[in-house]
Design a protein around this ligand. Structure first.
Ligand code: ADP
Ligand code: UDP
Length: 236
């Protein structure tokens, strides 16, 4: 599988076309951004960790019945994926209060919810990914009701699988963001699942093992990504 043309360069990944119109190659970068691109930096080794972690988890999710874009890991940083039409919704699931939720609700971080929550942001950098609900998404024709229902169902299923899996690594899954796409009429999970897109806390110490270390200048950013990768045991 060979890269043909650069289709898109995002903040964390480059996306290339291939000979096959249904297949793209994503290439994960070490670049890190936060606050809608305002803060920029590099997290050495992040690209390879996020690539390999995403693929590992996507394979687990496939086994549990969640369809994903994963086709084949080509090397440390690059993966062949099914080309989808991304549904412009950032789907956020939360198990504990943190980040924008804690701020908005005037709560401390780390409070466990009675049940998981789901929210949507409209994926639009110019607008700063505003919070929207299902009715906005329908009114703006971002997705059909059937698609939103499938996305909601899969998102909670992803949460159950990941929550249980991270718990086995002594990691609390606080919250995460996922994206879905349309592939030949079906909704499938796309993009990535990594310390860039999840909040992951050590269960005992509550140490943050995710991008909040970069966002909040907490130090040991590379170590945190490597610690998650080490616990996944992918190399074994
Ligand atoms: P951003 O666009 O937010 O800067 P990235 O740097 O991660 O994010 O760029 C990757 C882009 O590729 C994202 O816009 C994402 O929605 C998109 N994408 C992810 N998976 C697929 C896929 N299977 N097919 C098409 N586009 C995808
Ligand atoms: N998230 C993400 N991309 C975004 C916004 C959020 O991956 O553009 C993830 C973030 O890492 C966290 C979850 O979604 O795991 C919830 O983020 P929140 O809404 O609390 O926003 P933040 O505090 O990151 O601004």
């Amino acid at each position: 599988m060979e890269k043909k043309e650069l289709l898109y360069e995002g903040k964390a990944k480059k996306v290339y076309t291939t000979e096959d119109p249904d297949v793209l190659i994503v290439s994960y970068k070490d670049d890190a951004t936060a606050f809608n691109g305002l803060k920029k930096g590099t997290i050495v080794g992040k690209g390879a960790i996020n690539n390999r972690m995403t693929n590992y988890i996507f394979k687990k999710l496939e086994e549990k019945g969640v369809p994903t874009h994963y086709i084949e890991e080509l090397n440390d940083r690059e993966t062949a994926v099914k080309k989808v039409e991304i549904v412009p919704l950032e789907v956020i699931i939360r198990n504990f209060s943190a980040g924008s939720f804690a701020k908005k609700m005037g709560m401390e971080e780390g409070v466990q919810f009675k049940c998981p929550t789901l929210e949507f942001s409209y994926k639009n950098d110019d607008l700063g990914d505003p919070f929207i609900n299902k009715y906005y998404a329908l009114a703006l024709d971002l997705a059909t009701e059937e698609e939103i229902d499938a996305i909601t169902r899969y998102a909670f299923q992803v949460n159950e699988v990941m929550k249980e899996y991270f718990a086995s690594l002594n990691i609390e899954l606080i919250d995460f963001k996922i994206e879905f796409g349309r592939y030949h009429g079906q909704i499938i999970l796309a993009d990535e699942v990594s310390p860039d897109t999840c909040r992951l806390w050590d269960k005992d110490t509550h140490e943050k093992l995710d991008k909040d270390r970069f966002r909040r200048d907490l130090g040991n950013v590379e170590d945190a990504y490597q610690e998650v990768f080490r616990r996944l045991g992918i190399d074994k």
